[in-house]
Design a protein around this ligand. Structure first.
Ligand code: MRU
Length: 351
């Protein structure tokens, strides 16, 4: 199995090496993370980003940090482990994969209670590697399902970045395009730049171009015109947390794309590993939306500020797309359709 390069656990289990996504597309810089503060900062600053990649990095981080604990007394070890897990989980609130991965790695330690901290560490290592391996398999399966929804030559609108950098390989939202390319399909991607942090321009356009896929960058406010001009056959997005009723949190601007797609009669697809579905969250109203610094809108990426310093800026990092606007949610276990309260529950029952 090809190993992902965006998040890598070192062989000695003492560090995690990531590609710093804030430096792309201009520079490929690797960062070595070892301390709780370094992991927190890498996630908060979006050096590692995308719901699955955040979970994978945090899970590996928890193991790496625990590997450095001096405690050999189990209860002390587990208390310290829990405190680090809570700290890392506080770095970003919206993507459920973060908590999901941290809980899995912490629970792995608990399964070895009575066998000593070395056994706990071994179980944690196995678990965090399993999370990444499972993500690789999920992305592949999601991409295969995605190919059943499109045809050769289609125009696809993308928002934010849900490619290999945000996951492990293939990605979720971009997986269909990347796998399709390998199988000889020709797609035409229209990529929203995705203000304010430009994940579409910096990361999606980069990943698609590198893979040899025809990609055209558009500003976010151009989605309507390309839809009206008939250039778009489907919209592909990833997700950060899907509620039990199908309401979907994803990068800010996603719900606007869904509203436009509905208006123009274009299918709007959410690509979603089951690790991003939160069955404890009943509707989108229960999803916490991260709010970030105004400077990301007013100064970042600009040679000079683009608004007076005294002007307020509101910067929610995500929005929730209502389930009714989503044509299908594509998971590694199958394709779910509205009403999602039924189809997602059936998915988890294994039907
Ligand atoms: O703030 P980001 O860049 O972490 O937001 C990422 C997204 O919204 C992605 O679309 C989502 O995490 C899916 S990644 C497979």
């Amino acid at each position: 199995m090809m190993k992902p390069e965006n998040v890598m656990l070192s062989d000695d289990g003492k560090s995690v090496v990531i590609i710093d996504q804030t430096q792309l597309p201009n520079r490929t810089v690797h960062l070595t993370l070892t301390t709780p503060g370094e992991f927190y900062e890498a996630i908060y600053e979006l050096k590692v980003r995308g719901a699955p990649a955040i979970g994978i990095c945090a899970g590996m981080g928890l193991y790496v940090i625990a590997n450095g604990f001096e405690e050999t007394e189990e209860e002390h070890f587990l208390t310290k482990l829990h405190n680090v897990s809570v700290y890392l989980n506080s770095s970003r609130p919206t993507a459920v994969n973060l908590k999901h991965a941290l809980d899995r790695v912490e629970n792995a330690a608990h399964t070895e209670k009575g066998n000593g901290t070395a056994a706990m560490l071994a179980a944690m290592r196995k678990e965090c590697i399993a999370i990444q391996d499972e993500d690789i398999a999920m992305c592949r399966a999601i991409s295969e399902y995605g190919l059943t929804l499109v045809k050769d030559g289609d125009g696809i609108l993308t928002h934010c970045n849900a490619g290999p950098l945000a996951t492990s390989c293939y990605g979720t939202g971009l997986g269909t395009l990347l796998l399709g390319k390998e199988k000889g399909y020709t797609f035409h991607a229209y990529t929203d730049e995705t203000r304010p942090l430009l994940q579409g321009a910096r990361l999606t356009a980069y990943e698609l171009d590198k893979a040899g896929i025809d990609v055209t960058l558009i500003c976010d406010n151009m989605a309507s015109i390309v839809m009206k001009q008939g250039k778009i056959n489907a919209c592909f997005v990833g997700c950060d947390r899907v509620a039990a009723n199908g309401d979907t949190a994803n990068k800010i601007g996603t719900s606007g794309v869904a509203v436009l797609a509905k208006h123009y009669g274009i299918p709007f697809y959410v690509f979603c590993p089951s690790s991003t579905i939160d069955m404890n969250c009943m509707t989108g109203a229960d999803i916490e939306i991260e709010e970030r610094q105004p400077d990301e809108i007013k100064t970042k990426f600009f040679a000079e500020p683009v608004a007076p310093a005294s002007v307020k800026a509101y910067n929610p990092a995500f929005d929730v797309t209502d389930a009714e606007l989503i044509t299908a949610i594509i998971t590694e276990k199958g394709i779910c359709r509205y009403p999602y309260t039924d189809s997602l529950a059936a998915l988890f029952r294994g039907e």
